[in-house]
Write a protein that binds this ligand. Structure first.
Ligand code: GLC
Length: 803
């Protein structure tokens, strides 16, 4: 069953049936302000930090879900009947009212038709503004004049989310509101940057600043007492809970349309007046939409594909790119799952995200990489969860300021005490950064980045190259009794207890990092280093192939008591995805073992909805193995189809030349192909979700936790770099596709270091991998060296069996 469709012309996903089985998310804002919104206008707004600077409130994990939000109520003055432009919160029966929601790139539009009134509410955060704009249009489609009252509603939050949810003796007595000349002011006078405004491009006929006056304490957002009554009471107060209620009376003749624009922004009266002036002529708003479109078009232009598969084209050109970019822009904590109660960056997640969209967001990815470099210790491990401002250099003191020091907040340790010890270090964290740095240099061509100096979290500084060396040295030093990298607090799989144990995954990641370093050293002329890295890498590979091979697959590691995880004798958790994918993808596994490891993944873990993380699932709590054994079978890390590592397998299959298999896996996980089975999937078909219930669960096939997951970035990376096979190298652009053999051809437009490459790949012999002939601007060549000329180049690629 489907609820909507992809509108490829407009880059929108259009929801025609709004009574979805779960919340479908979107993100507004591409700079400092961000709104997390759902398909019925529920969600929340924050400025810079979802934890310390929340602007609107969100009641997490509540019923009805995702409330409150950004609501417009329309009331017919004749009969008192009212509805909201978004289906919720009023929730008119769907056989009486028609609702549509359009998810666009950084914009969302709610539309509704009810009793001869057509209304729409388009929301966005224009580039350069710190305000959420509600652009509302109301049209009288009936044949008589209509008297309407239009009410706006949003609920302000105390900035500091933990206090807002735990300690009302603070929040209720230093939050106030007032109204002047059409503007509602929310005032947290105790704080720096303590003002927010709500205003509109018209003179209101009434206002309400107090939430409980608007809603009524025995009512809900579905039936606010002020809307039922049809008038606002003009309340405001120092202290209490506050809202953004403005009333506008409309008299609309048949066919007449009005446009009402509301602004919910950061700042006081001055900022409110400025934004009203700026958009005094609403056509300026249309220009702001164009700028947002251009912002995304410019990114889309860096890599666009036309292939025989609509699912690849739609997702890679638009939605997966969008998801990957949003993950780099905002932290995982800004979602409906982690409801902004934490701030900062997770080391491993950010290190992986930063590798995925360097072509379309070099500045953002470099910023993330430098934040990670500064959060690395001199020992070579990363600070697992950190706020970039902790380690920002002095001249960025503006960012260093802790946003809010409340007497009731546990004081945050200063300086070096933020640096946790090795006991809290995750063994994989920093290893993800090495390939991301190398990818950044390959994409940008900025070799000098390697010699730039950055501080360490615990003091001192070193070049980027030195940071990278410290990372591998740490992992080489921290090995357990079997000679495999220690698991430390955890590796990528947070739920495996590797304390005292060893991680096969981390050892393979180390191999990959050494490989990256060897290649880098060779390119920059550090030949002695290159040889040294090569020697270390080879010795490691030998060790891993010997110690970790289990006959048909690689084990996952050793527990603290030296039991093997993921071996043929295990009844539960016999085969694991991560170690096998990375054995192959890193290049460490011998050829034969690579083939068999991938076969074992296929035979034991593949499902029609993607690849499960491990199987059979754990059913008995076993703390030696870890928390994974205490999660219900088929959910999360216990044998679900965990999305993030799926693309590792696609890429590993490509490395081995299996384009058919790589695409089969891609198709099984890709949400695009599940648009017609939402009764099973539940979640949105335009973004990857963190996991899909595995075979062992009653909800097998149901997707959970959209958008903020590393699967967006990894899916984008694996498709662009491995399936389509277009990869930046230090001084050239590699073209090495690995596609389904039935494909005849595909084209990609790729911008690489300022030059445009129009790449046309044909596959006359119907192979899965292998480039037989390569032409640059009509001339045969064997490499596409970076032209650095800002020109367009035509590239013809003929795939086929190599002699
Ligand atoms: C979550 C975490 C990520 C971890 C994964 C698997 O997605 O954000 O860091 O790797 O779970 O446990």
């Amino acid at each position: 069953m489907r609820y909507g469709y992809f509108d490829k012309e407009k880059d929108e996903y259009v929801i025609e049936r709004v009574d979805l089985p779960t919340s479908w998310t979107n993100y507004l804002g591409v700079e400092d302000m961000c709104a997390v919104v759902n398909h019925t206008a529920g969600g929340y707004l924050f400025y810079k930090s979802p934890e310390y600077h929340r602007i609107t409130r969100f009641r997490a994990n509540a019923v009805p879900m995702d409330r409150p939000g950004d609501y417009i109520y329309i009331r017919d003055a004749e009969d008192g009947d009212y509805f909201s432009i978004s289906w919720q919160p009023v929730g008119k029966p769907l056989d009486k009212a028609k609702y549509v929601t359009r998810h666009g790139l950084s914009v969302i539009t709610y539309e509704c038709d009810y009793k001869g009134i057509h209304a729409s509410q388009k929301m966005s955060i224009p580039i350069g503004d710190n305000a959420l704009v509600w652009d509302v249009r109301i049209r009288n489609d009936s044949d008589r004049e209509r008297q309407l009252d239009v009410f706006s509603y949003a609920e302000f939050s105390y900035h500091h989310v933990p206090i807002d949810n735990q300690n009302f003796q603070m929040s209720l007595y230093c939050a106030g509101s007032e109204y002047r000349d059409g503007t509602i002011l929310h005032d947290l006078f105790y704080e720096e940057e303590g003002y927010q405004y709500f205003t509109a491009n018209f003179t209101p006929d009434g206002f309400e600043c107090l939430r409980d006056e608007f809603i009524g304490i025995y009512n809900t957002e579905s039936n606010p007492q002020a809307v039922i009554r049809g008038s606002l009471g003009g309340s405001f107060e120092k202290g209490g809970n506050h809202c953004a209620g403005l009333q506008k009376k409309l008299s609309l003749s048949a066919g007449e349309e009005v446009r009402l624009v509301y602004f919910l922004g950061e700042g006081g009266y001055k900022e409110a007046d400025e934004i009203k002036k700026k958009y005094n002529d609403p056509s300026k708003l249309d220009e702001a939409y164009e700028s947002l479109r251009d912002f995304w078009r410019d990114k889309q232009k860096m890599f666009s594909v036309k292939s025989p598969e609509d699912g690849i084209d739609t997702m890679i050109n638009t939605w997966t790119l969008y998801q990957a970019e949003i993950n780099v822009m905002f932290s995982r904590f800004a979602s409906f799952i982690e409801v902004g109660g934490r701030t900062g960056l997770g080391y491993r997640d950010t290190a992986q995200d930063a590798m995925t969209v360097i072509a379309s967001n070099p500045t953002g990815c470099k910023k993330r990489i430098t934040e990670l470099l500064r959060a690395l210790t001199t020992s070579g491990y990363g600070i697992h969860l950190f706020e970039p401002r902790w380690f920002a250099p002095k001249d960025e003191s503006e960012v260093k300021k802790k946003p809010f020091k409340s007497p009731t907040v546990i004081p945050e340790p200063e300086g070096k005490s933020k640096v946790h010890g090795i006991d809290d270090a995750c063994s994989d964290d920093a290893l993800w950064l090495v390939p991301s740095i190398v990818e950044y240099v390959k994409e940008s061509g900025d070799i000098s980045f390697l010699t730039e100096k950055y501080g360490y979290a615990d003091g001192g500084e070193g070049t980027v190259y030195e940071h990278m060396k410290k990372i591998v040295e740490f992992s080489e030093r921290e090995v357990g009794r079997n000679g495999i990298c220690k698991g430390l607090r955890a590796d990528w799989n947070d739920c495996l207890n590797l304390g005292g144990g060893e991680s096969a995954l981390v050892s393979f990641l180390l191999y990959r990092a050494l490989d990256c370093l060897e290649e880098t050293a060779a390119f920059i002329g550090e030949t002695a280093d290159a040889t040294d890295f090569e020697t270390r890498k080879k010795a490691l590979a030998e060790k891993l192939n010997d110690t970790l091979w289990d006959g048909d697959w690689f084990i996952r590691g050793f527990t603290g008591s030296d039991r093997k995880i993921g071996t043929r004798d295990n009844k539960e958790g016999r085969v694991h995805l991560e170690s096998n994918a990375w054995a192959v993808l890193s290049g460490a596994a011998d050829h034969e073992k690579s083939i068999r490891a991938l076969e074992s993944i296929h035979d034991n873990l593949a499902t029609p909805y993607g690849i499960m993380l491990n199987a059979p699932t754990y059913t008995e709590p076993d703390d030696d193995i870890g928390f994974v054994t205490r999660v219900y079978p088929g959910l999360k890390e216990n044998g679900s189809i965990f999305s993030h590592p799926n693309p590792w397998v696609w890429a590993a299959e490509c490395r081995m030349g299996n384009g058919n298999r790589a695409f089969e896996y891609y198709r099984s996980l890709c949400p695009y192909y599940q648009n017609d089975m939402i009764e099973k999937r539940w979640a949105e078909p335009y973004s990857y979700c963190q996991f899909i219930s595995g075979k062992a669960h009653t909800t097998y096939g149901r997707a959970h936790h959209p958008f903020m997951t590393g699967s967006g970035g990894w899916a984008y990376f694996a498709v662009t770099h491995y399936i389509l096979g277009i990869r930046p190298e230090f001084d050239f652009l590699a073209i090495d596709p690995c596609i389904p053999e039935e494909w005849d051809e595909f084209t990609v437009r790729r911008v690489f270091r300022g030059s445009v490459y129009n790449i046309h790949v044909t596959n006359p012999e119907h192979v899965q991998k292998g480039v037989k002939e390569l032409y640059l601007d009509g001339k045969r060549t064997d490499r596409i060296y970076a032209a650095d000329d800002g020109m367009q180049h035509e590239i013809e690629v003929v795939m086929g069996q190599q002699d």
